[in-house]
Design a binder for this molecule. Structure first.
Ligand code: FAD
Length: 535
């Protein structure tokens, strides 16, 4: 087995891993190895936003996980895509740029995590950002992550905004500005019509540094420990088993599904689970894999009265050609948008002090997110609860590192989550019944008029609910016995090991998770460099 030595070994080149690879290798005295299970990101459809539909079920660039049968979903296994390859999920995501609410981060701080309040984390959001609107009180310019406005307006989006306005939801030009509440167009992580994944934003230049090694097609199989100190990583590349040693630290960035898996495989996790699979315990940490949280999306689908939807564009050769031209010459039009044009944040429960649901509005409809569009004009109001209280878990099913872990989301397992699901579908219907939106609706295709009572709406949620792709929380930051990392993201009770990705979130943020994960990695890089300077 060949062995090489680095200061830092980063496992996983996704949203977080690419940020760390860049920031840690910026100091030429640090040697850094970035291990990624998937390939390089040289598939064209990764980079053209509408390619979202091409990567959603891709056998190479997507892990294509399924959850365990979920009782809350009437026993269905839910499809859970996750990016595989440079950029990770930021290479296949819906490109929506949302930071969440300031209260999300203040709650992290108040739960015992100093340094994670909104004021503390805000500079790291700004540092990462290169917003087309330029620098302002709420935005950064010149950072690695490009953020752009959607060029042009869509008749359906305008109708949605106006109808929501009549229901008291104000127009919002910046969901990442003073207030999240409101309705409007999203900003996207794109630059001139191209996707800006973290591989594009953070690795494109860093890749040339000779102190940064990037190894793709490298499945990390185990963290190597000497006593309780992490000293390296064992990994497989096609045909070979290799080991790299880390002089300073190993940093897990394998995402909320695979970072806990790798910890468990390496002997850090719940003792009974490790014993079941014959894995010697390095450090018992019962919280590894627990606290799984996700946003459940309920896709309310409508047939549209006018052939103006993306379904119609894609069904026509001429209109498809026009879309292609729009993208080629103006970098605009449907090809420059992943899927959702705009959104809405509002409150549907009387006890909520801040928005408790988010809408994703798409001028397109399909049976599943990212699947082939319907053969009729259609649009989607996808609604999700922002702060679910249901909790699930991720557990290994064998000691074989190439086996997917079992993922149990436990969607809709609390009264709060069920009440919010029902109220959110009812709110979507109210918008659809309000002028001018109602002029565009010929029929509510799903759930359909037959679903009227709370129980019937809940049954729709159980039969058709799906993920909006935000699994988080499985290596929770905190200071109690069930937390996995401390506020500096060091794995509790061992040395030389950190987790830096979506899994460290104590609670899910109120919005999409890519920008928050990038912020987490920016802050982690600063802490790691600070620790090294003090050592
Ligand atoms: C289909 C989809 C749509 C989404 N849409 C949006 C959106 O519009 N806006 C938004 O803000 N968020 C969105 N998200 C969520 C967001 O992209 C993720 O929360 C975020 O990218 C997670 O970052 P991460 O670094 O934790 O994990 P990832 O980016 O998933 O990175 C983990 C990396 O680790 C690698 N890896 C895993 N195990 C190993 C191993 N053993 N060895 C080596 N490498 C390994 C993986 O291949 C992957 O590259 C979406 C996600 C998906 C999947």
């Amino acid at each position: 087995m060949g062995t090489s030595i680095y200061d830092y070994i980063i496992v996983g080149a996704g949203s977080a891993g690419c940020v760390l690879a860049n920031r840690l290798s910026a100091n030429r005295r640090n040697s850094v190895l970035l291990l990624e299970a998937g390939p390089r990101d040289d598939y064209l459809w990764i980079h053209i936003p509408i390619g979202y539909g091409k990567t959603m079920f891709h056998p190479v660039y997507n892990w294509g996980f399924y959850t365990e049968p979920d009782p809350g979903m009437n026993g269905r296994k839910i499809y859970w895509p996750a990016g595989r390859g440079l950029g990770g999920s930021s290479s296949i995501n819906g490109l929506i740029f949302i930071r969440g609410q300031r209260e999300d981060y203040d709650a992290w701080r108040d739960a015992g995590n100093p340094g994670w309040g909104y004021r503390d984390v805000f500079p790291y959001f700004i540092q990462s950002e290169n917003n087309q609107r330029g620098a302002s009180d709420y935005h950064g310019a010149g950072g690695p992550l490009s953020v752009s406005d959607i060029a042009g307006k869509h008749e359906l989006m305008e109708a949605f905004i106006e109808a929501a306005g009549k229901l008291g939801v104000p127009r919002n030009h910046d969901f990442n500005g003073e207030s999240q509440e409101g309705v409007g167009y999203f900003q996207l992580t794109t630059a001139k019509g191209w996707r800006c994944s973290t591989a594009t934003g953070y690795l494109r230049d860093a890749i040339k540094r000779d102190n940064l090694g990037i190894q793709t097609l490298a499945d990390a199989t185990k963290i190597v420990f000497e006593g309780t100190r992490a000293t390296g990583v064992r990994y497989r590349v096609p045909g070979k088993e290799l080991e790299a040693r880390a002089g300073k630290s190993v940093i897990l960035c394998a995402g909320a599904l695979q970072s806990p898996k790798l910890l468990q495989l390496s002997g850090v996790g719940p003792a009974p689970l490790l014993a079941e699979h014959g894995i010697p315990v390095v450090r018992e940490l019962p919280g590894v894999g627990e606290n799984l949280q996700d946003h459940l999306q309920l896709r309310v689908l409508f047939k549209c009265s006018k052939p103006i939807t993306t379904n119609d564009d894609l069904a026509s050769v001429w209109r498809s050609a026009k879309m292609g031209m729009e993208w080629l010459f103006r970098r605009s039009g449907p090809l420059a948008i992943g899927i959702n044009q705009g959104g809405l944040f509002t409150r549907v429960l009387p006890e909520s002090k801040t928005p408790d649901i988010q809408f994703h509005f798409a001028t397109l409809s399909a049976e599943l997110a990212g699947a082939k569009p319907h053969p009729w004009p259609g649009f989607t109001m996808s609604v999700c609860q922002l702060r679910p209280s249901s909790r699930g878990r991720v557990t290994i099913t064998s000691a074989d590192p190439l086996q997917a872990p079992a993922m149990q989301p436990n969607y809709l397992s609390t009264d709060l989550d069920r009440r919010t699901a029902i109220a959110s579908v009812r709110f979507a219907r109210r918008i659809a019944e309000t002028a001018p939106m109602r002029d565009y609706v010929t029929e509510e295709y799903r759930p359909g008029n037959a679903a009227q009572s709370d129980d019937e709406i809940l049954e729709f949620a159980r039969n058709y609910g799906a993920t909006i792709f935000h699994p988080t929380g499985t290596c929770r930051m905190g200071r109690d016995a069930m937390s996995v990392v401390d506020h500096r993201l060091r794995v509790r009770g061992v040395e030389g090991l950190r987790v830096v990705d979506a899994s460290i979130m104590p609670t899910l943020v109120s919005g999409n998770t890519n920008a928050p994960v990038i912020m987490i990695a920016e802050k982690a890089a600063a802490m790691i460099l600070e620790d090294a300077a003090q050592a």
